[in-house]
Design a protein around this ligand. Structure first.
Ligand code: FES
Length: 83
């Protein structure tokens, strides 16, 4: 079934690009141009990606500490010890 009629891109093709690492509509567009003309298919592409088409899609559990807000230090402000 066609997802993007402007470029004749099928659901299967979107899934294949997703399996190759295209995890966002923008990356899908970069791979096959789907969504770059009228844009009416972007929501369908998003829905496909959201249904697990992309195996590398990150879940909150896989986010590293860099994506998290800094936790206040338990030791408080650093104070130089008097010698
Ligand atoms: S249907 Fe995909 S850009 Fe128009």
């Amino acid at each position: 079934m066609y997802v993007c009629s402007c470029f004749g891109i099928t659901e299967k093709q979107v899934r294949e690009h997703a399996e190759s690492g295209a995890c966002t509509p923008r990356q899908i567009a970069g791979a096959c141009k789907a969504g770059t003309d009228c844009g009416s298919c972007v929501r369908r592409i998003q829905a496909l990606l959201g249904r697990g088409a992309c195996p590398r899609r990150e879940s909150p559990a896989t986010l590293g500490p860099a994506g998290m807000p800094a936790v206040a230090s338990a030791s408080g402000p650093q104070v130089a010890e008097a010698a």
